[in-house]
Design a protein around this ligand. Structure first.
Ligand code: HGY
Ligand code: MN
Ligand code: MN
Ligand code: MN
Length: 410
């Protein structure tokens, strides 16, 4: 049997070409969900999947699948992939490494003329990032029955455009139902987006689970007024309350749990003028931990802080929970398959839990799942300077290939 191996050159050429789509001046990418750049990336991926001999389809959420028949075509397939939508000024490795890495695994099997007992399916999930259309992991969420289709189609971006309409506009609102098929398992190769692999000087991690998280949208409503003549004790300043709550996030993460993290990431101030007291502020809260009780405690405490801040400043307020995902450990056998694959490849490895959310969170609810991480230089991600050494990307793809071959033979 011919040696099956990742072709680093071919993989790199594809990755560099893909990185040109929606490229920013500082080496990142700007391919938010259902944007024109995301459309160009989708079309490019569909072309490459077809050229690799895969049977390509996309479902009513725009999730793109490429299928390679198995010797036993009725067997449940091995599914593997990630996402190709990006942050507004994001990194070019986030998600793409997992999708093009999966395609490269198919090419390696094709080159070697190796068939597999089970069918293989490569997937690119829609709207993983949740920055243009909240919440994130929307495509895999509908597929895994976490969200219903109408909810997803109705999600609006900041300009009031709806997900369903934008999906139709770009021509990726497929006919096929977005619902889970019977799967044998799911793997996702992804950059770590944190500092631990680099700190340990290791190229690969078998991922044992993903932090649970809660996303909240908060609105404070006060009173706009002139910044000059309005005495301080007559003000109802929505931004002062926002600042109080932001500070409270730090107090909570310092006391509610060892790995608990909290972020105020998006803030809209209205009317946002130098000489007007802010009337309305809409901002987001993102709490995460591998301990669900810590996330729940943080949400409870921040909701009290929000109420107190509003009372102090004489504001109205509203809190909307956009999503709550529990931390679920991945499947022990899939994790061990990744570990065995790393040993077959001959690379050093460790085991990690992911602080970043991934489509694998939801796939883990319906099929045995694990992930493979490769290092992020300086732990940077969701930033244009996101970088992973190419040798590490290739090693990650080799581990993915071995894990997929193992499971496809079962
Ligand atoms: O928020 C996340 O962790 C993911 O990048 N959507
Ligand atoms: Mn990602
Ligand atoms: Mn991301
Ligand atoms: Mn993610």
């Amino acid at each position: 049997m011919a040696q099956v191996s990742i072709d680093s050159e071919r993989f790199s050429r594809r990755f560099e070409a893909f990185s040109e789509i929606g490229a920013t001046e500082n080496g990142g990418v700007n391919r938010p969900s259902l944007s024109d750049a995301n459309l160009e990336a989708r079309d490019t991926l569909v072309e490459w999947l077809s050229e690799a001999g895969l049977d390509v389809r996309f479902d009513e959420m725009g999730n793109i699948f490429g299928r390679r028949e198995g010797r036993d075509d009725d067997a449940d397939p091995v599914l593997f992939g990630s996402h190709i939508d990006s942050q507004y000024n994001g990194g070019k490795y986030d998600g793409v490494v997992g999708v093009l890495g999966a395609l490269e695994c198919i090419e390696a099997l094709n080159d070697a003329g190796e068939t597999t007992r089970r069918p293989l399916e490569v997937v690119a999930w829609s709207n993983e990032e949740g920055v243009r259309f909240q919440p994130d992991m929307l495509g895999s969420g509908v597929y895994c029955d976490v969200f219903d289709l109408d909810y997803a189609y109705a999600r609006e971006d900041k300009d009031g455009k709806r997900f369903g309409e934008e999906l139709e506009r770009i021509g990726y609102k497929g006919d096929g139902p977005c619902e889970a098929a019977d799967l044998h398992c799911y793997f996702e190769l992804h950059v770590e987006q944190g500092p631990f692999l680099e700190q340990q000087g290791l190229p690969v991690a078998a991922v044992e689970g993903v932090f649970g998280f809660s996303w909240l949208n908060v609105t404070f409503e006060g009173q706009a007024n002139h910044a000059g003549p309005t005495p301080m004790d007559m003000r109802h300043d929505a931004f002062v309350a926002t600042a109080d709550v932001t500070r409270a996030v730090r107090r909570i993460t310092a006391t509610e749990g060892t790995d608990l993290v909290g972020t105020v990431g998006s803030v809209d101030v209205w009317p946002n003028a130098i000489n007007v007291i802010p009337e309305r502020v809409e901002f987001t809260l993102d709490f995460r931990s591998y301990d669900d009780a810590a996330v729940d405690a943080a949400v409870e405490r921040i909701e009290r802080e929000i109420a107190h801040a509003a009372e102090r400043e004489g504001l109205d307020y509203e809190v909307e929970q956009i999503m709550r995902v529990d931390a679920d450990p991945f499947d022990r056998d899939c994790i061990d398959t990744v570990v065995d694959a790393a040993e077959t490849v001959g690379c050093e490895y460790t085991r990690l839990v992911s602080g970043a959310g991934h489509d694998a969170n939801y796939l883990n609810k319906i099929t045995p799942t694990s992930m493979i991480f490769v290092p992020s230089v300086d732990g940077i991600s969701h930033r244009e300077s996101e970088f992973t050494e190419w040798d590490d990307v290739v090693t990650g793809a080799e581990v993915l290939l071995e894990a997929v071959r193992t499971k496809a033979a079962e």
